[in-house]
Design a protein around this ligand. Sequence first.
Ligand code: T5A
Length: 214
Amino acid sequence: MSAAGQQARGRFIAFEGGEGAGKSTQGRLLAEALRARGLPVVVTREPGGTPGAEAIRSLLLDPPGEGWPPEAEALLFAAARADHVAHLIRPALARGEWVICDRFVDSSRAYQGGAGGLGDAAITALHAFGSAGLRPDRVILLEAAEAALGERLAARGAEADAIEGRPADYHRAVAAAFRSLAEADPSGFARIDALGTPEAVHTRIIAALADLLP
Ligand code: T5A
């Protein structure tokens, strides 16, 4: 509590990157490190995080029928995010908690806006309408060579969902879009080398958040 008796707003950290970059692993390690410092933490993910958004997640990753046209896909991601922001993220931040989110709006900008060809203005406008344009305090962008991530996913052996299963060119365009988003906003994004042991990557992430940590 501040001197005025008002709870300080919590911090919002989003993990971004391609498939298998280690976002979930690193989100968990960051949550443990923050809790060890006595900070309250909520770990969540997109698409999903609330019952409504998890229902939309199933529609997106295992689409009924012939699959969504690009515009409908972007609208569904934005609708899931609006529910997640309203029911989970904003209330947690208002309580002074740290929110660690596995993907957020920059995934929509990179996948649907960049690789999917809808453009950044359309995605940003949907986000302004759906979630009042909420931005993370810092985006941790996990980056690694395509081949290295492919090996990780092969080792994990899980079946690809509707978006992960898109061609290599699509995923290359996603990586390029993430790169240009980070280049355009160097204080909002921390670009982190995703290769090495999970502990080594975690150390880089803690260093990249040093200015936000109490
Ligand atoms: N999507 C999502 C959009 O198109 N638009 C949007 O707006 C949003 C929000 C989500 C899909 O939806 C798309 C993007 C995705 O295609 P998802 O299941 O949530 O689907 O997929 P991902 O977010 O890509 O999750 P993954 O589980 O595939 O990848 P992660 O979380 O990056 O990686 P993680 O931590 O699970 O690790 C992957 C494997 O690598 C190992 C782990 O043990 C695991 O087996 N690993 C390491 N191995 C060696 N060294 C390390 N340092 C390692 N770190 C992790």
